[in-house]
Design a binder for this molecule. Structure first.
Ligand code: 6R9
Length: 599
């Protein structure tokens, strides 16, 4: 029944590719009366205009399991109030509003109010510690912040003096005796009018800022514009099989790009109901939500699937079997490699295969997917969605695409490995890294956007993930920059130097492991290890801090003085150490003959 439904609605891959054009797809959007595009307008105003204000936009499941629904009309009203608040606080167009919030309905009114009012929204991950929060708000010139009192007191108040541009902090729950220099979100919004007219918005006007991590330097602020909504909307239909009447649940944290593009924007533009889970992960709770809320389309991540798989040991009745999952029609995954076992597990436990999808903060929307109407190819990320051209590029010695006289070399041979590239120009493509035009330009060559992922492409155009071309760590689906972690560790008085890698982990894909060189006066004992770990957790938060620390006497460096993380990783995994010709100091991990390069 499921398969019939899908093929009935969706064209198959080949025919969709042949007939697709972004220009034609634009007619799927409502568009502003003057021809502009505004994400917030597509998410709420259009449904009111089309007479669907009474449809349920959000279905909020509280920690205690109680359920509250919010209609599109109500969401329009709440976001209108917030848009007026931004006007009355005097925020200029394009100025940035940050959120530091878990998933709850006020997040939606804040995001949509900001977008409808022509300000730029930047979501932060609530599990960040004060250091990543401060750094991103500094880089992003945060003017306003919406958060809770608890998160404010723990993560923002300690660093507020570093943020002179942060003028307005709005607390959802200010309580009695609120902290100084904060405003009450409920009081401000209650006093504001509940209708707002979205003003003309240029499709190329900035709408969203998403921080992501690189190998070196500060986090990168990827800028996205309003016309990205076309890609959010279209990919949700093609790659997630989202259609009118669906109940959609995206489990991604709202602080990450998936939580924005597919946790907020895409489902609302389709006018479907979005499940808002205000609680924590627990297998029973998650199956309960799938069953009780009659979720039809579910977008989740490999780490979560692995946790669910573990909850049902072999031979025992699965928790899934105890719930009625008959409403579920489509399941997809993103963020890290989806191993074939998870696809098969989906078939057994959920009655549906899991469809892998691939994309990045920079791409703004799904680019490669196991297409909804086609059979799943277990282990493959899928094929480029219609309107997206992908290629595998030959790499140079540095492991990145080789650019010779401004040209790249496309590998056509099936099975060849190289850097994944996308032909620049799809609507949700990022339009810059904040303050870093050179870094942005460095991502493009010969008309292609270079993704930094190594892949291979096989017969039929199926792409397989091979690995990252850089040192960035993916842990539980979240990108972590080793440099940010190393910098925080080096603030500890006992740490002379640190090198950070991702160590493979059966559950989270990878965990953050730090190699730390202590200063001579600090004995590298268990106490110091605990102290450095606790220090890192306080500063970085549990999602980013290392899970493991190993004390070492020194770290391998390149001649230019950079820590060779690649070598640290190779040693950790017992892999061949590869090309070490650029190594400045070299002590083999397993001492055999002293290396010729040893000083
Ligand atoms: C949406 C998101 C992007 C990086 C990407 C790649 C990894 C994402 C994947 C995958 C294997 C998949 N990644 N999807 N790896 N299979 N299906 O995750 O954005 O946080 O920017 O991460 O995640 O390495 O380059 P972001």
């Amino acid at each position: 029944m499921n398969a019939l439904w899908v093929t009935h609605v969706m064209p198959d891959y080949e025919s969709a590719r042949d007939t697709f054009s972004w220009r034609r797809e634009r007619s799927r959007l409502a568009g502003l009366p003057d021809g502009g595009i505004n994400i917030g307008y597509e998410a709420v105003d259009r449904h009111l205009r089309e007479g669907h204000g009474e449809r349920v936009a959000l279905c909020c499941v509280a920690r205690d399991g109680s359920v509250r629904t919010v209609t599109f009309a109500r969401l329009a009203a709440e976001s209108s109030r917030f848009a007026h608040v931004l006007d009355s606080l005097g925020l200029k167009r394009g100025e940035r509003v940050f959120t530091l919030l878990g998933r709850r309905s006020e997040l939606y009114s804040t995001v949509l109010g900001t977008l409808r009012a022509g300000r730029v929204l930047c979501p932060l991950f609530a599990a960040f510690g004060p250091e990543p929060v401060a750094l991103r708000m500094e880089l992003g010139n945060a003017r306003a912040l919406v958060t809770t009192r608890d998160l404010y007191e723990r993560k923002v108040a300690p660093v507020r003096s570093r943020l002179p541009h942060l003028r307005h902090v709005m607390l959802l729950d200010p309580g009695a005796d609120p902290p100084p220099d904060t405003l009450s979100f409920p009081a401000l919004t209650a006093a504001a009018p509940d209708a707002y007219t979205v003003s003309p918005t240029d499709p190329a006007e900035p709408a969203l800022l998403h921080f992501t991590s690189g190998t070196t330097g500060t986090p990168k602020g990827a800028v996205h514009v309003h016309e990205a909504v076309l890609a959010h909307h279209v990919t949700a239909a093609y790659a997630l099989d989202l259609h009118e009447g669906d109940v959609f649940w995206c489990t991604a944290d709202p602080g990450w790009v998936t939580g924005m593009s597919y946790g907020i924007i895409a489902p609302l533009t389709h006018g479907v109901t979005t499940v808002v889970d205000e609680g924590e992960f627990a297998p029973g709770r998650w199956y309960g939500i799938l069953a009780d809320q009659h979720v039809t389309v579910w977008y989740t991540a490999p780490t979560a699937l692995r946790m669910l798989m573990r909850a049902a040991p072999r031979g025992e009745p699965t928790p899934a079997a105890r719930h009625d999952l008959s409403s579920l029609r489509f399941v997809a995954s993103v963020g890290e490699p989806l191993h074939p076992g998870a696809v098969h597990w989906g078939r057994e436990a959920l009655g549906l295969p899991v469809h892998d999808t691939w994309w990045q903060t920079e791409t703004g929307a799904i680019m490669i997917a196991n297409f909804a109407a086609d059979p799943v190819q277990p282990g493959s990320m899928g094929r480029p969605i219609p309107g997206v051209e992908a290629a595998v590029l030959a790499c140079g010695e540095d492991g990145r695409a080789a650019i010779i006289d401004g040209h790249v070399q496309i590998l056509q041979e099936p099975g060849s490995e190289g850097e994944l590239a996308l032909r620049a120009g799809w609507p949700s493509m990022f339009r810059g890294y904040l303050h870093e035009p050179h870094r942005y330009e460095g991502c493009f060559a010969d008309g292609w956007y270079l993704t930094g992922d190594l892949v291979s492409r096989h017969t039929g155009g199926w792409y397989w993930f091979v690995g990252r071309a850089d040192d960035v760590i993916k842990s539980a689906g979240h990108l972590i920059g080793p440099f940010e972690v190393e910098s925080a560790l080096m603030e500890h008085p006992a740490v002379a130097e640190a090198g950070v890698i991702g160590r493979p982990d059966p559950l989270a894909g990878a965990i953050v492991k730090a190699f730390v060189v202590p200063l001579p006066e600090y004995p590298p004992d268990i106490e110091l290890r605990h102290d450095v770990l606790a220090f890192a957790r306080r500063r970085l938060g549990p999602a980013v801090a290392p899970r493991e620390i190993e004390f070492v006497e020194d770290l391998p460096h390149t001649r230019s003085g950079r820590v060779m993380r690649r070598l640290l990783r190779a040693r950790e995994l017992g892999l061949p150490e590869g090309d070490v010709s650029t190594l400045e100091t070299y002590r083999p991990a397993v001492t055999t003959e002293p290396s010729g390069k040893d000083p």
